[in-house]
Design a protein around this ligand. Structure first.
Ligand code: SF4
Length: 201
C-alpha cells in the first residue's frame, strides 16, 4: 500500500468532522482496500451492520444483493473484497431515520464534509474502473440533475477512467423492483462483465 494512502486512511479513521459539526453519526469510518486496486466501488454510506458488527463495506442485506449482482459478473465476494477498493461518499453510519425502520440519508452538509476523503482515495488509488453504487455516489460523477433511469445501463469514460454506475441494492428501493429498471441493471452488469474480461480483472 502506498504510504500516502496509508496516511490518508489513518486520518479518515481519526476524523471527527461530523461529530464536531453536530451530526449524530453512529460508528467508525468504513472502507477497505489498497492502493494497487484497479477497481473502486463507491457506495453511499455504511449501515448499522457494517458499523456495529462487521466493519466491512456492503456486508448487510443490501450487500447481499450487491454481491449477487457481482456474482453474475463473475466475481466471488471474497475475491472482490480482496482485490478491489470499497468505500463510500460518507464513511460513517449516519444512524437510523426518523421512522427507525431504515438508515438516515446523510445530509448534503455531511456529504460535503466527507467529500475530500473520497477525492484523496480516488487520487491515490487511481483505479481504472469505478462503480458508483446509488444516487449519492452517482452524483459525484454525473451531477445532481440527471435521473438514474438515464444513467444506469451504460459504460462511461470520465477523467480517463471507465465508470459503470449501479443503483443502490437496498431491499427498500422501489427503483430496482421495476422490470424496466431490472433490464437496465442487467445491462450495467453486462458492461461490467465485458470490462472484467477486457482488463483481466
Ligand atoms: S462521515 Fe466522513 S467527514 Fe463525517 S466523521 Fe465520518 S469520515 Fe469524517
Amino acid at each position: 500500500m502506498s504510504d500516502e494512502l496509508a496516511v490518508i486512511q489513518r486520518e479518515i479513521r481519526a476524523c471527527q468532522r461530523c461529530a464536531l459539526a453536530g451530526f449524530p453519526i453512529q460508528g467508525p469510518p468504513i472502507f477497505s482496500g489498497s492502493a494497487d486496486a484497479r477497481l473502486m466501488l463507491i457506495g453511499q454510506a455504511p449501515g448499522k451492520v457494517e458499523a456495529n458488527e462487521t466493519l466491512k463495506p456492503f456486508s448487510g442485506s443490501a450487500g447481499k444483493r450487491l454481491f449477487r449482482w457481482l456474482g453474475q459478473v463473475g466475481w466471488e465476494e471474497q475475491e472482490f473484497r480482496e482485490n478491489f477498493y470499497m468505500t463510500s461518499v460518507t464513511k460513517c453510519f449516519p444512524g437510523p431515520n426518523k421512522s427507525g425502520r431504515g438508515d438516515r440519508a446523510p445530509s448534503r452538509k455531511e456529504q460535503q464534509l466527507c467529500a475530500d476523503w473520497l477525492e484523496a482515495e480516488l487520487m491515490l488509488v487511481d483505479p481504472e474502473v469505478i462503480v458508483p453504487v446509488g444516487k449519492m455516489a452517482i452524483e459525484r460523477f454525473f451531477g445532481r440533475n440527471r435521473k438514474l433511469v438515464d444513467i444506469i445501463g451504460a459504460r462511461y469514460q470520465i477523467d480517463g477512467r471507465i465508470v459503470i454506475p449501479l443503483p443502490h441494492p437496498s431491499g427498500a428501493s422501489a427503483w430496482i423492483q421495476k422490470p424496466a429498471h431490472q433490464a437496465l441493471i442487467h445491462r450495467a452488469l453486462g458492461h461490467l462483465a465485458i470490462v472484467k474480461r477486457e482488463l483481466g480483472l
